[in-house]
Design a protein around this ligand. Sequence first.
Ligand SMILES: [Zn+2]
Length: 197
Amino acid sequence: MYHSLLNDATFYNSLLDLDRLIAGQIREGQCPLCSGNLNQSHFLRKPRGVPNGTHPDYAVRFSYCCATEGCRKRFTTPSMRFLSRKVYSSVIIFLVFLFNSKSDEARVEKLNTLLGTTLSVETVRRWRHYWIKIVPQSNTWKRAAFSHELCETLPSSLLGLFQCALKEQLYKGVKWLLPLTTGIYLFDVPFRLTASG
Ligand SMILES: [Zn+2]
């Protein structure tokens, strides 16, 4: 199941669609600092491990800049595809920890074989640090008041909270993480997601 999702371009494209939805809602709003209008200021990423058939716009990171002279604050929108500055897709950063591998070396080898990537063991260890040390420090996690034991087995413990099939779990898990994806937690974005709740 992990394997088919990792190579499912339709699934990746659905994340792009949700990001468009979020970006459209941010675009309709105003600068939260000065109430100025927002100008489009998208930029390109170089996502790794994305399957063939994924839309070319998958690489576009949606972002806006305040149009007011003297403010010009940039607002990069929350993303279902990108976890802050990480170049691998959020899907991979979840799923690699669900592999039933005996070591990180085996985990990395399996992923690289499946996706043709050059992921390193060091990167996977940084991701684990992110999951078990950084995520539990976030306001999002603290507000949820999950038990402390869940921190030790993130991200699988987060997905396990959702009683549904893996694909739906991933939608919900990535959606849950949205406030952390902009890198800087600036404001609560009142976006509405229509797909999968
Ligand atoms: Zn502004």
